[in-house]
Design a protein around this ligand. Structure first.
Ligand SMILES: Nc1ncnc2c1ncn2[C@@H]1O[C@H](COP(=O)(O)OP(=O)(O)O)[C@@H](O)[C@H]1O
Ligand SMILES: [Mg+2]
Length: 237
């Protein structure tokens, strides 16, 4: 930044197993979002590597990375990032439009997903006609509609009240459990870490502690496959 060199994430190394719910937890400014964006290939590394499903994220071409993201990753944002001119249904269809899925199949998948998140009666509503909690449900439907293996979420309940936050968190957890998806979620709220299998405590861009909690739902097959390609490995030096 200007002449000052900001080291947002430094000397960080960890592995996330397939199906794990992982929280990156720490105070504001500790480097959580930067780390998440590095993992998802959105920001560039200066050194180190991120391996997802055996692929080195930062060695891919722009095009290859875009395709990889499209095929494997979903995103949920704090401020929902919905298209305001589009209906809930059209917003959820969007990732499928980019994959050139046919109109009929796309509409059905998006509709089924909105029913799943409890918005079956809001298909034609635009974001401005919905509450924050409803908008985030649309965001979740959009993130999961293409059944990505990994969903990245940066403070997904940061703009919601505590009751709605709880509902949204439970929805994310339920969606992820259904298809054994991996969740990487950034939060500064200790209350939300209770949903996690693994909590990575971040302080000043470094890992302070890694807390491993319950992992019974991760089956043995996954526990054994260190060399297999299902994991997310971050190794930033
Ligand atoms: N684009 C940027 N340019 C310069 N500094 C940045 C940029 N983005 C973030 N930072 C700095 O990097 C550090 C980590 O930021 P961030 O990853 O957003 O933290 P968190 O998500 O934990 O609040 C902070 O000190 C922040 O000021
Ligand atoms: Mg942040």
């Amino acid at each position: 930044m200007g002449h000052e060199r900001i080291c947002a994430v430094d000397d960080v190394s960890f592995t996330i197993k397939r199906g794990e719910f992982c929280c990156l937890y720490g105070a504001s400014g500790s480097g959580k979002s930067t780390l998440l964006n590095l993992m998802a290939g959105i920001e560039k590394l200066t050194s180190g590597q991120i391996i997802i499903k055996g692929r080195n994220v930062h060695r891919m071409s722009e095009k290859g990375l875009a395709k990889f993201r499209q095929n494997n990753l979903g995103f949920v944002f704090q401020s929902y990032n919905l298209m305001n001119a589009m209906t809930a249904l059209e917003n959820v269809e969007l990732p499928l439009v980019f994959k050139h899925m046919g109109n009929k199949k796309r509409k059905k998948l998006a509709k089924d997903m909105l029913v799943k998140v409890g918005l079956g009666s809001r298909l034609k509503h635009k974001p401005k006609e919905m509450s924050g909690g409803q908008q985030q449900r649309v965001g979740i439907a959009r993130a999961f509609v293409d059944n990505p293996e990994i969903v990245f979420a940066d403070e997904p309940t940061g703009n919601l009240d505590s009751k709605t936050s709880k509902e949204v968190m439970e929805l994310i957890k339920e969606m992820a459990n259904t298809n054994h998806q991996t969740i990487v979620m950034v939060t500064h709220d200790s209350e939300l870490t209770k949903y996690a299998d693994k909590i990575i405590h971040i302080l000043d861009g470094k890992i302070e502690e890694i807390e491993e909690l319950k992992t019974d739902h991760l089956n043995d097959e996954d526990e054994d496959c260190i060399e297999n390609s299902d994991e997310v490995i971050a190794d930033i030096s």
